[in-house]
Design a protein around this ligand. Structure first.
Ligand SMILES: NC(=O)c1ccc[n+]([C@@H]2O[C@H](COP(=O)([O-])OP(=O)(O)OC[C@H]3O[C@@H](n4cnc5c(N)ncnc54)[C@H](OP(=O)(O)O)[C@@H]3O)[C@@H](O)[C@H]2O)c1
Length: 287
């Protein structure tokens, strides 16, 4: 696969940065160079240089999407812009990779298979579900559903490490379970699908390993930091979000079934292994 034929949109985000690190000859653009909601800008762009369109751009503020302005932005970026990109991909015969989320489900089934009916709880989840359907208008597409993404950007692990550094014992929900996904693993999967020319369609892709609650994950983070004396107080989602009407509803079960991506050749690492490495890297970078 020729990296120079790859265009990454949303290249400043967590996933975008990891894709640019993996494919150094790829072109990366973010909102300042190519706003994917601007159909005229997309139509004026020189697509002939590319065979692969990797969409790492998204509106990812789950609670923000519940506000009046956020709802519009989320629909615009996660659905309308995806329709624009899929149209371009079809016209220019590009292979389109699009990233989705377990938030397209209501979190009652576990693990989630690729074939589970869409049943999003939140505005963010609704816009992502719409995006999944729109991508299929590009004949050559991969929709990759991931969960709980951790990379170079604001994320749960960094938030918890920040609290530990301030000696704060946090209250963390213990009834939402799933697995972290490190951008490294997500990029491994994207590379594998493209390089092996896997069948187009929807693929789940997260780290592997035993599912855990946010509270258990926090305890593991603190242990990796050598801060296991800090208490992690478990609480329910209902209790945690009481008095926060602006908070989006979240699925309780986020674990993705990995049978299909394993059959495509990927062996995702246990999230605990990648977490251990991530915490070490963050600490050596001064976190
Ligand atoms: N984060 C998670 O836990 C999680 C879980 C499951 C699935 N996902 C999915 O994984 C993908 C990558 O997530 P991420 O965490 O890497 O996202 P991220 O860090 O929020 O990055 C998204 C990037 O897209 C850019 N962007 C937004 N609107 C744009 C536009 N109109 N035109 C061009 N670029 C635009 C953002 O720029 P601005 O910062 O300027 O908005 C940002 O640089 C997304 O599809 C997300 O829905 C994420």
């Amino acid at each position: 696969m020729d990296d120079s034929r790859i265009l990454v949109v949303g290249s400043y985000g967590q996933l975008g940065k990891a894709l640019m690190a993996r494919f150094p000859k790829a072109t990366g653009v973010d909102r300042d160079q190519l706003d994917i909601t601007d159909l005229k800008a997309l139509e004026a762009f020189d697509w002939h240089k590319y065979d692969f369109l990797l969409n790492a751009a998204a509106y990812t503020n789950v609670d923000g999407a519940e506000t009046a302005d956020g709802r519009k932005a989320a629909w615009m970026i996660n659905a309308e812009a995806v329709a624009n990109l899929a149209k371009i991909a079809a016209e220019h015969k590009l292979t389109m990779v699009h990233i989705s989320s377990d938030y397209v489900f209501d979190g009652t089934q576990s693990p989630h298979k690729e074939t589970e009916p869409l049943a999003p709880l939140s505005v963010y989840g609704q816009t992502k579900a719409a995006g999944d359907l729109l991508v299929t208008t590009a004949p050559k597409h991969y929709v990759i559903r991931t969960s709980w993404l951790i990379g170079d950007g604001p994320n749960f692990v960094r938030t918890m490490m920040g609290l530990a550094n301030k000696n704060i014992s946090p209250k963390v929900v213990d009834d939402q379970v799933g697995r972290l996904t490190f951008t490294k693993t997500l990029v491994d999967g994207i590379e594998e699908l493209l390089a092996s020319k896997a069948e187009y369609g929807i693929y789940n892709l997260s780290n592997d390993g035993a599912e855990a609650s946010w509270s258990e994950i926090t305890k593991t983070i603190f242990k990796e930091m050598g801060r296991d004396k800090l208490t992690v107080n478990g609480t329910t989602t209902e209790e945690y979000f009481k008095g926060k009407p602006e908070a989006a509803p979240r699925p309780l079960k986020s674990t993705l079934d990995l049978t299909k991506i394993r059959a495509a050749g990927l062996k995702p690492a246990d999230w605990r292994v990648d977490l251990s490495e991530y915490v070490k890297e963050e600490m050596s970078a001064g976190a």
